[in-house]
Design a protein around this ligand. Structure first.
Ligand code: ADE
Length: 248
């Protein structure tokens, strides 16, 4: 039976998951990362902090696949909203991911991953559907205690790049170039490429912390410190407890 891998880029994004693991979880340290192997809400998991960016995410995904033979990989964390319908506090589950900073023109098309002949990596439909259901339940129950507005749950394209977008002009350019992209983050499509190459199903779930504009740094930091962990646990706990991800 394969474990579920749960990856996040920053400690705050996975802190509650690590704290909720059953006692007796084993830590394996590989390539300067700690991998926690144990049971989370009844589901065998390996949880790891990838650190930020595409290389870090790709390395971490390779390790969980090769060292631990995981059956699925889930990346969770925050993202900057890009699409006009996506607001701070909303939840995005990827149906596909792409690398907005990949540009090997004129050798290959803009955004095309050289020699793979594709721009986008499709998330696993079954795992994404489970995440969407759980995220919708979380939102329907009011999301966070005391939250002003009920979060909306979106399903669509996530754009990844090695840039923290904190600039109105760049956000505008990305919005024009990728009109269907819902949000921006820095790991998902790199993990997706590795999972695609290994044939391992994957999904990405992101909570919108900022609008990728001039205020993004402050908004992101506030959200990270105060709210990020509540979403992750609030959405993943019922899903893992349901047993839907217990078997490969
Ligand atoms: N993750 C959260 N907010 C982000 C942003 N504005 N740009 C890139 N990644 C992010």
């Amino acid at each position: 039976m394969g474990r579920l891998a749960i990856l996040g880029a920053l400690h705050e994004e996975i802190a509650d998951l690590l704290a909720a693991m059953d006692p007796g979880a084993e830590t394996r340290r590989i390539a300067m990362r700690d991998f926690q192997l144990g049971t989370l809400w009844g589901t065998p998991c390996v949880i790891a902090l990838s650190r930020i960016g595409k290389v870090a995410a790709a390395a971490t995904a390779s390790i969980v696949i090769q060292e631990f033979g995981v059956s699925r990989v889930l990346f969770t964390g925050l993202a900057g909203g890009l699409h006009p319908q996506v607001r701070v506090g909303d939840i995005v589950v990827a149906d596909a991911l792409m690398q907005h900073d990949m540009d090997a023109r004129p050798l290959f098309g803009r955004h095309e991953i050289p020699l793979l002949g594709r721009e986008r990596f499709d998330a696993d439909a079954a795992l994404s559907a489970l995440l969407l259901d759980s995220a919708r339940d979380f939102a329907a129950n009011g999301g966070l205690p005391g939250a002003a507005a009920q979060p909306r749950v979106h399903h669509g394209l996530i754009a990844t790049g090695d840039i923290f977008v904190n600039d109105n002009d760049l956000a505008h350019d990305l919005r024009q170039r990728l009109p269907d992209a819902l949000c921006l983050e820095m790991e998902g499509a790199a993990m997706a490429q590795v999972c695609h190459e290994f044939g391992v199903p994957f999904a990405v779930m992101r909570v919108i912390s900022d609008s990728a504009d001039h205020a993004a740094k402050t908004d992101f930091t506030d959200f990270l410190v105060n709210l990020a962990r509540l979403y992750t646990a609030g959405i993943l706990r019922p899903l893992l407890q349901s047993g839907a991800l217990r078997d490969a």
